[in-house]
Design a protein around this ligand. Structure first.
Ligand SMILES: [Fe+2]
Ligand SMILES: [Fe+2]
Length: 145
């Protein structure tokens, strides 16, 4: 079960990924590769959206977080290859236990750190709310000539 982090995009998408695994125990062996593919697809899209959100928020550790996403997705790709030749019990272990655990670990560490930063940023913005300079400056000074 993923901890709620208080960041709507994260919580919504983590929950959606988690829901994919809800019925894994009752699924027949032959349905497991499809579930893996679906979860991998969701995860890839989620990582990209999370990175875009972090970039927009100028979150620290963005590069590290992106690197960890890339490693996570590379491991998922390797697992997908392993699934092709693994015995059914191993496939079930990979899809039903290992993959959800890898995702949960990421959520509980790096995503949590990001969520804490974003919460802190929100609080600071609400407390300070400094006046912003007008956006009119910076127009081109070069005329035609
Ligand atoms: Fe993440
Ligand atoms: Fe995430």
């Amino acid at each position: 079960m993923h901890e709620r982090l208080g960041v709507p995009l994260m919580d919504r998408e983590h929950a959606a990924i988690e829901r994919l695994f809800a019925d894994v125990e009752s699924l027949p062996d032959e349905a497991l590769p499809d579930l893996f593919d679906k979860a991998a697809r969701e995860l890839r899209g989620h990582c990209a959206r999370e990175e875009a959100m972090m970039a927009k928020a100028r979150a620290p550790r963005l590069l590290l977080h992106m690197d960890l996403h890339a490693r996570l997705l590379a491991e998922v790709e390797q697992m997908r290859k392993d699934i092709e030749t693994a015995p059914p019990a191993t496939v079930r272990e990979l899809v039903g236990t290992v993959l959800p655990l890898m995702i949960s670990n990421h959520v509980a560490t790096e995503d949590l750190a990001t969520a804490r930063f974003l919460a802190h940023q929100r609080k600071s913005a609400a407390a300070d709310d400094p006046p912003k300079p007008s956006a009119g400056a910076g127009a081109s000074r070069r005329g035609r000539g």
